[in-house]
Design a protein around this ligand. Structure first.
Ligand SMILES: Cc1cc2nc3c(=O)[nH]c(=O)nc-3n(C[C@H](O)[C@H](O)[C@H](O)COP(=O)(O)O)c2cc1C
Length: 379
């Protein structure tokens, strides 16, 4: 399949090629959730190389669900900033998609106050130093669905071409689906079918708020590594239900798209990680088979070259998202397009002072990138 070919989404919008900038939190927004100049420049420069679409860093939908100092889509006051962001993201004519999230039990206590922490159930995450949240009431769960709906309406007003629900990477939507995090016994938890209710309600609310002509996407983590976590079989069922909602794409979130078994998020988590020996099928292939053309499939994780992108597409992806490669080299796509991949920067410069200026990365984001050893390659 040709990576430079266009694709028409269900909603009628066309993406001009198969490359998408993955959602990349900067941790460098202003304290009020407006986008800082540095992060607008970060995304403007990267979008300018001709990506078919850019997905924003995850925007919080509720003040008490913030997991870092990022952009907000929580109230009308965020509209002017969201407009600026959408403009920066489509600097070369690509589509601008706003990712929205809630942190749930991995919201940051220093940002929201320890007392404010709420989640599907009163179960702490396995992150080092994690605090135990309180369980949300049924009314609060319903209000959170409404906050996702309102954030999608704000995105529409701000001129975005679409919205992606961050249903992956252990944030609130993922938590509702996880038997480890969700021990509820009301309609939002318990059986697998009930644990799907929150992700599906959020997806439907966003689809409704956007109307039929904007892009609605949903990001899923295909499996959890811990023994009491959800398995690929579970997320396949969720995917099957999501595919009935006329979403434009479903995004499969992996650290490496080639991985077909959970390996544990040891870079973030302290917890007991189970090494599962039996390789299961590729989540990208599994999702593509279930979706069966009803939505596009977006794959991500470890895509650094055109061949990697083609590899993901051979597994069943229609689109590929690029994260760390475009952090490290803002001109990554231009180099792929001109077949000068040998000149792609393979890591951040050794000298930290060079990183911010030369690569248009806000200084706070540089600290964030360097805070997890081994996360981002260094030269
Ligand atoms: C600095 C940074 C920030 C990220 N922020 C987000 C985010 O806001 N939302 C999200 O869904 N994923 C986020 N991710 C995950 C990426 O979107 C992507 O899935 C991951 O980095 C794997 O792809 P890659 O190998 O191309 O980097 C982030 C990754 C990095 C490196």
């Amino acid at each position: 399949m040709d990576v430079w070919s266009s694709l028409r989404f269900n909603c009628g919008q066309e993406i001009s090629n198969r490359f998408v900038i993955a959602p990349l939190t900067t941790d460098a927004s202003n304290e009020d959730g407006t986008a800082a100049d540095g992060e607008l420049e970060f995304i403007r420069r990267r979008s300018a190389s001709g990506f078919g679409a850019t997905i924003s860093s995850a925007a919080y939908i509720a003040d008490d669900g913030r997991s870092w100092q990022g952009i907000g889509a929580a109230h009308e006051g965020h509209l002017p900033s969201l407009r600026q962001l959408a403009e920066a993201m489509r600097s070369a004519g690509g589509l601008a998609i706003l990712q929205i999230y809630d942190g749930g039990r991995i919201a940051r206590p220093d940002l929201i106050g320890e007392q404010a922490m709420r989640a599907p159930s009163a179960v702490a995450s396995l992150r080092p130093g994690a605090k135990t949240p309180r369980a949300m009431t049924t009314d609060e769960v319903e209000a959170l669905v409404e906050s996702f709906r309102q954030a999608a309406s704000l995105a529409r007003k701000a001129g975005f071409d679409g919205v992606e629900v961050h249903g992956a990477n252990h944030y609130a939507v993922h938590q509702f689906f996880s038997p480890r995090a969700n021990r509820r016994d009301d309609k939002w938890g318990g059986t697998l079918a009930k644990r799907m209710n929150f992700p599906l309600a959020v997806a439907q609310a966003v689809r409704d708020a956007l109307g039929p002509k904007l892009i609605a996407g949903f990001r899923v983590t295909p499996f959890e590594a811990e023994s009491d976590g959800y398995k690929l079989g579970d997320s396949k069922q969720l995917c099957g239900e999501l595919a009935k909602l006329n979403l434009d794409y479903i995004s499969v979130s992996l650290d490496d798209y080639r991985k077909s078994k959970p390996v544990g998020e040891t870079r973030v988590y302290n917890g007991p990680v189970v090494e599962i020996d039996t390789p299961s099928e590729s989540p990208v292939t599994a999702f593509a088979r279930i979706i069966a053309g009803r939505s596009a499939v977006l794959a991500s994780g470890g895509i650094k070259t055109r061949m990697d992108a083609e590899g993901a597409m051979k597994l069943g992806a229609d689109l590929v998202a690029i994260g760390r490669a475009v952090v490290v080299d803002p001109e990554w796509l231009a180099k792929v397009r001109s077949e000068s991949e040998a000149s792609i920067l393979a890591g951040l410069p050794k000298d930290e002072r060079e990183i911010a200026g030369a690569l248009s990365i806000p200084p706070r984001m540089v600290d964030y990138l360097l805070s997890r050893p081994g996360w981002i390659p260094r030269l």
